[in-house]
Design a protein. Sequence first.
Lengths: 289, 357
Amino acid sequence: MHAFVVDLVSTLSTAGYLFIVSAGLTLVFGAMRVINLAHGSFYMYGAFLVSTIVGASSGARFWLAIPAAAVAVGALGALVEVTVMRRLYRSEHLTQLLATFALLLIFADVGLRIWGTRARTVGNPTPFGGRITLAGATFPSYDIAIIAVAAVVGLALWVMLTRTVFGWKVRAVVSDPEALATTGTNTNLLLTSVFVLGAALAAVAGGVIAPQTSVAPGIDQAIIVTAFIVAVIGGLGSVAGAVLGSVLIAAAETLGARYAPNWASTLIYAVLIVVLAVRPWGLLGAAER
Amino acid sequence: MRNLRADGGPGGLSRSTVARSVAIPVVLIAALLVLGEKLSVNNMLTLEEVLGLAVFAAATNLLLGYGGLVSFGQAAFYGSGAYLIGLSWLHHWMPFWAAFVLTPVAGGVIALLMGLIALRTRRLYFALLTLAFSELFYQLVNVRYSFTKGATGIFSVSMVPASLSMPRTGYYFTVGITCASLLVLWKITVSPFGLMLRATRENRERVEALGVSVYRHQLLAFVISGAFCSLAGALFVVYGQSTYPDLLNWTTSGEPLFMAVIGGMFSFLGPAFGALLYQVGNQYISQHTHDWQLVLGAVLLVVVLFRPDGLAGVLSVRTWRRMWARRGGRRVTPVDGGPPADPAPATAFEATEGAQQ
């Protein structure tokens, strides 16, 4: 029983940060049909910014550092959208992939200049320093914090996309940007806002996971592959799909680590290959022509 | 078929092209042989590495430039070629030469299995699925330490025969394999199969309407590309006398794409020259600064956004004619208000992708 609770909490907390990072990716894809490899850079910058702000002893400052990192990375996202992404909306996927790959390389070197090669650790933030026991199982209480943050982010995204004018416009801009523009909406500004939101989400994910991992160069390239797998399994462009994908991948990682530690790291790729072989557009994605 | 040639796509069959198709290989091979006598050992080793990468880039461009397929899984073939030789040496499976001859076969078989699944998806999903396959290989090699030496990799001078580990013989061997590979790849691109592959890039629906299986053509192209990428991986071992997991990482799959795009993916030799620029630039810049990725990223961004036809496009006769025409000279090709840096093949390529909306 307690093994089950431990696995469940561990799965949900992994799913939590995977969801936040891939929700940003899938949101941007949903609105502008562009896959953004530099999303990994935003995630890494978020983690580095949080570690710079709070240092090794985290404390309560952590909860201010996350929004601060999100704002800073969001501003960087705005710059990227206006200078580069805007040129890519109508181009083919090769151009999109290579241009954003180029951004990933540029940001990686700029990151090295700013933060160096040293790996950093971030302490657990204040009320979540210890471990808690639930139903006979003991696990880090910070796991609960990650799950809570992910739930808040997911709920906020759902309300935003389905209950607000902004959300309606985001969905409208994919199907017919011209028609939306004739209603008086500034579609350029709309797309910039979506991209900024996506970048900020990546930064939040990077910040949230910082206490559980070592913050070092290279996490940008590592996370982007996992984030893709999550988003693609769920169906690119579908936020609900990102929830499903993140839970599936987190379960594969957690259970794999427990029952087949040698194969755990290969399992998620096998899951992706099987899903795409059966449903080439992901579980909740709509087929493209 | 006439249209295919007239639009300036790679490797047409006009008379001047036939002359070029004899002259260019002869001149290039002669130059490589002469360089083998003239170059210092260091520069020769650089060139040797470039030649292997040129095969890697040209084989990748069979998919990219000719088939319109963006594969992010080329590292799986490259790395498995290198690992086939490394593992044969480590586990005493077979002598070097047997392993070397087997590398293209292994690459082809892996590509066949991958392609059977991956080619069911299109465009972006194809790119991501091929990426997932190569990451699967990467993780497998990383994890099975007792079998592959994991993240450490396999390093040994005795991995290749003593004759090949001497710089000059290694160089001539690499020149021979590279030239033979490029000639075969070039023959494939101008064969009826190559023309049909280009047609699938330009207009998939029309090719299908002709009763031709696009899937089979793309699968064959994928297998050929996999075989030559694997051979390129074997050439890497001849040069580097080592093999390690990063050869299988997804960022390695990006390298031949960069080379092809920078050199010019609508030209057969463009990717090979892209490999030269890439590797020489890498060595030169890495010697002086730590910002190689920054420079590469900036160059790549500029090429992708403004010159999608790469260096070969900039240097092509058509571009110069058009510039001359715009200066007030005679109009040789129609300049009908299209974006200046957008040659015919690029737009035709985009036309097939227009359905993305």
